[in-house]
Design a protein around this ligand. Structure first.
Ligand code: EPU
Length: 422
């Protein structure tokens, strides 16, 4: 088990310099899954070096596919995929494994998988997936260990209304629908930039998709082929937002580059409301920590609202604001659990119920030993450690590695005192 050890800046603003944002985790994973509906070799570029990419590539290989990673390039050859059962161990570790269900069902007429695991963010059911597949003609059966969906003649066309706009369900159905026998329309679809990125990849492969980025998406049958050139993965807006919040916390001019600011409107608005000076360019944003941070009422929301994946880092920033801030988490019921560890670090946070907390500041955080419970809270604890006085040890480094490439090296380059230990 590895941990990060951080010597805190004690409320100072020592961080300065530029940090490059990599390809987006939550875009590359659904695009890798989407590549498995293409019966040719597809190539992706700007692929981040994060462990979730390796885990999904292993899952594709265990199904019989071939993947090859060179630098930031990744090729996927799905022609040899013949297995329809997802690897149990890997699927139980990663929620994104569910992205492979649609391609397997659509291509091979069957898929068996355990309840997908991953970050502990509260209950994470799969009813939206099961109901959607049923609408496209699949039969569903479950045992204590696994779910099985079958559609021996492939999926048919149809309309699916999502009871909530699930990101991975939208990506899964858009992908599977490219192989359906008729037109598929998705209503109440997720509108995240990563959904648009998956549609762009599929369109580059010849798919006929209209409406991605809006609540209604229509997919008409069309032959698929490999895109003619490597498809670049969009910049990671969550990583970008994490570095921006770090700049607001302890930065004396932190430039976050290789980003698309249009994906970050909610974060920009939140930081500006908190009195954080931002210099927004075409592909970069420079952030300074202000002398006085204003409190803020944050409500997470599906895109284009404030992303739940940036809620925990913002919770850390709120401990440094002067006055009472509030967090209303609307997406996941376990995503405020990290606040109890911030309280152990000296934060003044009241958790009213699983979806609401208030944060009173400004408080000086004190270094502690804490374990990150998931990717984003793990990163938030690193930010807390940088702001705190004294030494903080953040365990479960492997969880942070799932979503952030070489995080300690990039933070060191900004002047943070952080090392990785075994
Ligand atoms: N939900 C259901 N039933 C379903 C599917 C979802 O009730 O069948 C619920 C979830 O429990 C949750 C809400 O719907 O309360 C939204 O979940 P969604 O399905 O949109 O989340 P996801 O697709 O599993 C993706 C990201 C998450 C991110 C969420 C929300 C990937 C691989 N994961 O998850 O990212 O938090 O969308 O934006 O794209 C992360 O990167 O750390 C992460 C957790």
């Amino acid at each position: 088990m590895q941990s990060f050890v951080i010597q805190g800046a004690g409320g100072g603003r020592p961080l300065k310099g530029s940090v490059r944002v990599g390809g987006m985790k939550n875009a590359v994973l659904p695009i890798m899954a989407a590549a498995t509906v293409v019966d040719e070799v597809t190539e992706l570029s700007n692929v981040p070096s994060i462990s979730d990419v390796g885990a999904l590539a292993s899952m594709i290989e265990l199904l019989g596919g071939v993947t090859d990673r060179r630098g930031d390039r990744l090729t996927i050859d799905a022609r040899t995929i013949l297995k329809t059962e997802l690897d149990d161990t890997l699927a139980k570790k990663m929620r994104a494994s569910v992205l492979l269900t649609g391609p397997l069902l659509a291509r091979l007429g069957s898929v068996t998988f355990p309840h997908p695991g991953g970050c502990v963010l509260g209950s994470r059911p799969i009813d939206v997936f099961v109901n959607g597949f049923k609408k496209l003609g699949a039969e569903y059966a479950e045992t204590e260990e696994s779910y099985t969906l079958t559609a021996p003649n492939g999926l048919r066309g149809g309309s699916i209304f999502f009871r909530l706009p699930s990101v991975t369900a939208t990506e899964t159905f858009m992908t599977a629908a490219t192989l359906a026998r008729g037109t598929v329309t998705l209503y109440n679809a997720a509108m995240e930039p990563e959904v648009v990125a998956v549609a762009d990849f599929l369109r580059a492969a010849g798919a006929d998709i209209e409406g991605a980025g809006s609540p209604t998406i229509t997919i008409r049958p069309s032959p698929l082929r490999a895109p003619s050139s490597p498809v670049p993965i969009i910049p990671d807006r969550i990583e970008a937002g994490s570095f921006m919040i770090l700049g607001a916390l302890a930065g004396d001019g932190v430039t976050v580059f290789n980003i698309d600011p249009s994906h970050l409107s909610a974060v920009i608005d939140a930081l500006e409301s908190m009195n954080v000076p931002l210099d927004v360019g075409d592909t970069s944003i420079t952030v300074h920590a202000p002398a006085h941070l204003r409190p803020y009422e944050l409500k997470t929301h599906e895109h284009p609202g404030y992303p739940t994946d940036l809620q925990a880092p913002m919770g850390v920033l709120m401990t440094q604001a002067e006055g009472e801030s509030a967090i209303i988490e609307t997406i996941f019921d376990g995503r405020l659990n990290y606040t109890s560890d911030l309280v152990r670090m000296g934060a003044d946070i009241q958790l009213w119920h699983p979806h609401k907390a208030t944060v009173r500041g400004r408080t000086m955080l004190k270094g502690r030993e804490i374990d990150g419970p998931d990717i984003r809270a793990g990163l938030a604890f690193i930010l807390a450690g940088i702001a705190a006085e004294g030494e903080t040890k953040v365990g479960n480094a492997h969880l942070v590695d799932r979503g952030y490439e070489h995080i300690e090296e990039r933070l060191q380059s900004l002047g943070a005192s952080i090392v990785r230990i075994s």
